[in-house]
Design a protein around this ligand. Structure first.
Ligand SMILES: Cc1cc2nc3c(=O)[nH]c(=O)nc-3n(C[C@H](O)[C@H](O)[C@H](O)COP(=O)(O)O)c2cc1C
Length: 366
């Protein structure tokens, strides 16, 4: 009896299996940030392939410094909202629920049509080089430091985008507090070197995220699904660890739960990678122990380990990125025991756009 193909719930969303499409940036929107017809087809294909829940790519939330990439979609004006409404309708018609991931680039900005320089908490650039599949920037640009007015604007951006997501028909929103984007930068002692109320100890570094969660809960009501993605790793750094270790992470999750966050979506290079400086547990293992917070786990879930992970985390949903990109009908393939392949990186080269993916399919699969 499969542990994966069991009925499940996320908040009030009913699911016939536990597989979720992980958020994946596809830089395929209009230049002005409106979702395209190609994006409607792309998201609907997962629903047709048996996924009951899809989390969108990271969507920018304001018209100042939140956009990270050229052709990234936004949720900041009526046109963008209308474009998303059409995506949501297609996905709903195809039988799946869809959650919108809300993000702010902070220091991790490669292109922004509203401002020239990134804005961030401190004058710190991300480690490594900008990710080439998302843009053409060669070296990170040193950010300007945000002041309280900027942070106020960002808070309003997140709340405004969440309200627009609800109005567009989304089943919920997920805050991108992982992978090195702004809400993740707050938590990180590498990015956040502030001496004011937004930095310092864990309470200081967690403050802004908690305020965003509470503000969205107030604005969107208690039944709207509200989650957060969280990781120590960033898009360009697999090694960062929070100094407060396992107990610090547990404390973060308890605080988020008490602020009425509905779910936490952990991400590491592998679900069970030992994550902390002071313990042998993974992020997912600690999150599983926190009562009253639903869990989505992510990181190298494959046809080889999915049943074991489903058994180890009986109450969690399992989100899949790369394998879902290769096989948008992954649930059907798993159920029927059909062939499943690894992602060929050339599918995302030179850029991770939907059009490149479709060209790749035509050339390689006929
Ligand atoms: C092309 C691509 C784009 C991604 N974009 C995002 C994103 O927008 N937001 C996010 O939280 N994670 C993003 N990720 C990370 C995935 O959600 C996921 O965490 C990662 O691929 C690991 O899961 P996997 O082993 O199942 O692929 C992206 C990954 C890929 C491959």
């Amino acid at each position: 009896m499969s542990e994966v193909f069991k009925q499940a719930k996320l908040g009030n969303i009913e699911l016939s299996n536990r597989l979720v499409v992980a958020p994946m940036t596809r830089i395929s929107a209009e230049h002005e940030g409106e979702p395209t017809d190609l994006m409607q087809d792309y998201y609907a294909r997962f629903a047709e392939g048996g996924f009951d829940l899809i989390i969108t790519e990271g969507v920018y939330v304001d018209r100042k410094a939140s956009q990270a990439y050229r052709y990234q979609p936004g949720l900041t004006d009526d046109e963008q909202q209308q474009g998303w409404k059409e995506v949501v309708q297609e996905v709903h018609q195809a039988g799946a629920a869809i959650i919108c991931q809300l993000t702010h680039s902070g220091a991790q900005m490669q292109y922004n049509r509203f401002c020239e320089h990134p804005k961030a908490l401190s004058e710190v650039v991300p480690k490594g080089k900008p990710v080439s599949m998302y843009g053409t920037l060669e070296n990170w640009v040193k950010p300007e430091v945000m002041d309280d007015l900027d942070l106020n604007h960002i808070m309003n951006g997140f709340v405004g985008a969440a309200k627009r997501a609800k109005a567009a028909g989304f089943d919920g929103v997920e805050l991108q507090a992982g992978e090195g984007y702004l809400l993740n930068q707050f938590l990180s002692t590498y990015f956040n070197q502030r001496k004011d109320q937004w930095g310092g100890n864990l309470d200081g570094r967690l403050r802004f995220l908690l305020m965003v969660v509470k503000a969205i809960r107030d604005a969107c009501g208690k039944d709207f699904v509200l989650g957060a993605r969280i990781s120590q790793i960033t898009a360009t750094d697999d090694d960062y660890q929070w100094p407060e270790g396992e107990d610090g992470f547990r404390y973060m999750l308890e605080q988020l739960r008490d602020a009425e966050l509905g779910y936490i979506h952990t991400h590491d290079t592998a679900v069970n990678r030992k994550g902390f400086i002071d313990s042998n547990k993974s992020l997912a293992e600690v999150a599983k122990e926190v009562e009253g917070l639903q869990l989505i786990i992510n990181g190298a879930i494959t046809e080889g380990n999915v049943e074991d992970l489903a058994a180890q985390y009986p109450d969690a949903l399992l989100s899949v990125g790369r394998k879902a990109l290769v096989h948008q009908d992954l649930p059907k393939r798993l159920k029927e025991g059909l062939d499943i392949y690894d992602l060929d990186p050339t599918m995302l080269e030179p850029k991770a756009t939907i059009q490149h993916e479709l060209n790749w399919r035509k050339i390689n699969l006929g």
